[in-house]
Design a protein around this ligand. Structure first.
Ligand SMILES: [Zn+2]
Ligand SMILES: [Zn+2]
Length: 326
């Protein structure tokens, strides 16, 4: 990689995108794995410039990198390399006068400080991020992704950053403001979770999964339904994005009973008869659309689903069978 400031060539590991995205924390902190892989900063070993992409720099970066304050951060002070990098990034984004980036760099600095048990310093950066967020009127559309399930997410993130910065009154005011916008059912549920956390003066990091009450999970495990697991294992590329979503969707409890964690009409329709109904639908659709390649391999004797499309042995009964078609 060529440094945009000093043209020094340095080698850096490529940044990978994680295959499956885990829910973030409510303050926007991505999962550990994503943070390490996707949001990693690189430092130029020659001039000390740091960015996700060293080959790009704002015109103001040169002066920052050569400033006393920036260079002081390169020395000791008991800070880890990662912390120094993120604090330098804060200086660079401030000089570039990019408010959005200034918020992001402060949040990242806070997460890295927190990972090193520097809670007080982390809170300082959370509070600064909150100030910047409050100084920016929320964009009309509110969302970075436009996903109907996360309508109101950015407002929710502000609430959480304020809560974590120990600014509880302002956090509650933001809850009310976010509610004025129509939010998704998921975000509404998470706002209620925030209210409860604020009421008990909780400043700990809290995750989306915890807020929804659906317990921890890492990555996309196999679907629980055996037919869904089989279809996912062997015919994954033939599934639509909405079908994959439905496959892994979980439910959370509400006063009115369990509710699928989505507002997507298409996904809800796929799950109208639960995961088993989804499995039946997918079997019908795949067999109808790909009769030559899709095999739902069932025991001819007892009808149990075999382990693989090529298996010739039943896992439910002692029956074995020979190839029936070429
Ligand atoms: Zn450089
Ligand atoms: Zn059998």
């Amino acid at each position: 990689m060529t440094c945009a400031l000093c043209a020094n060539e340095s080698k850096h590991w490529p940044t990978h995108h994680p295959a499956d995205i885990e829910f973030p924390d409510l303050d926007g902190r991505p999962s550990q794995r994503e943070l390490l892989l996707h949001h990693r900063l690189h430092s130029c070993p020659s001039c000390g410039y740091c960015a996700q992409d060293l080959s790009v720099a704002h015109p103001s970066a040169d002066a920052v990198v050569h400033s006393e304050a920036y260079r002081v951060l390169t020395g000791g002070l008991g800070r880890t390399f990662a912390v120094r990098q993120y604090l330098r990034r804060v200086m660079l984004t401030d000089a570039a006068e990019d408010r959005e980036e200034a918020v992001v760099s402060r949040l990242r600095a806070a997460w890295v400080l927190e990972a090193g048990d520097k809670t007080k310093a982390a809170r300082h950066y959370l509070s600064e991020a909150a100030d910047l967020m409050l100084a920016t009127p929320p964009p009309a559309h509110w969302e970075p992704s436009g996903d109907v399930d996360w309508k109101g997410w950015r407002g929710l993130q502000r609430v959480d950053v304020l809560r974590r910065a120990n600014r509880h009154d302002e956090a509650l005011r933001e809850v009310a403001r976010v509610r004025e916008v129509r939010t998704s059912a998921l975000v509404e549920r998470l706002l209620s979770f925030e209210e409860a956390a604020i009421a008990r003066e909780d400043t700990e990091p809290r995750g989306v999964r915890e807020g929804l009450g659906i317990g921890p999970r890492l990555g996309n495990k196999e679907p629980r339904d055996p037919l869904l697991a089989y279809l996912f294992a062997y015919y994954r590329p033939r599934l639509t994005q909405m079908e994959r979503r439905a496959l892994f969707l979980e439910a959370y409890d509400t006063d009115a009973g369990p509710r699928w964690a989505t507002d997507h009409p298409q996904v809800l329709a796929l799950l109208a008869e639960g995961k088993e109904g989804l499995a039946r639908h997918l079997e019908r659709r795949l067999l109808a659309e790909h009769p030559d390649t899709v095999v739902i391999n069932r025991c001819p004797k007892c009808g149990a689903l075999a382990r693989t499309p090529n298996a010739r042995q039943c896992r439910a009964c002692p029956h074995t069978w020979r190839e029936t078609s070429p």
